[in-house]
Design a binder for this molecule. Sequence first.
Ligand code: A3P
Length: 296
Amino acid sequence: LHLEEKYLQPETKEVNGILMTKMISDNWDKIWNFQAKPNDLLIATYAKAGTTWTQEIVDMIQNDGDLQKCQRASTFDRHPFIEWTLPPPLNSGLDLANKMPSPRTLKTHLPVQMLPPSFWKENAKIIYVARNAKDCLVSYYHFSRMNKMVPDPGSWEEYVENFKAGKVLWGSWYDHVKGWWHAKDQHRILYLFYEDMKEDPRREIQKILKFLEKEVSEEVLDKIIHHTSFEVMKENPMANYTTLPTSIMDHSISPFMRRGTAVSSPDPMALTTAGTQPSLGEVAGIPLPATTVDNW
Ligand code: A3P
């Protein structure tokens, strides 16, 4: 895998007022016209909300806890990231998705109003995961330092302002969690919280099982919980993004699997904005688990 210099720290360009990479923007018609299928499963999140974690849980469920099968490829090859556009010969999300046999599990960070309409038309199942703004912000900042496929975040102070103004890739966190929250009543959407998954992974995995109409034995459920814990995933090359060259993701700057904690554990970086940010609940009118409201 070789990315030419000019594709690193890419230019950005808005689509419908939402900041995207220029490559996504230039390819937007194709993305918008993506053909979903009724048996697709889409994992939708704002960036850094626990996408990879949810992908691993879903893959383990779909493979009945077979670790070998879940080791077949890296996360990003197992589940095409539909809007992610790369220069040929690299595989863009659309190419991967169109090549993949059904049933497919796909990933997106698109805000709800920009989801290709075929997903609604085909009534595909969607799992949305929300994470509190403070942890998303901190995680996104460190991720943008280590991942050369997204723009440089600049200084922490600059980044906080850009994040609050929604001037980051995939736009405003506030609009994202709120938009998807309202969509969940009209569509087949399971809306989960990262903080709930931390608090009780068994309970949240059971919600996913029910949504997917799957059953597994207690033994397999225990295996899924163990295999998808932060500590185990951090050491799993097929889930921790270390199969990419360091020219793309440099884990010595900040590991992809960085902390994996919820807001209740203080983060020195995050505390610089403590008290100034509204909580996820306040902003979006969303009932929140107590763990995220405490220590905001
Ligand atoms: P931190 O940077 O706060 O550690 P995404 O997959 O959406 O990009 O989100 C990445 C964030 O999810 C990172 O957050 C990462 O550590 C965390 N994460 C990944 N796997 C996890 C797991 N099994 N348990 C808890 N957090 C996890």
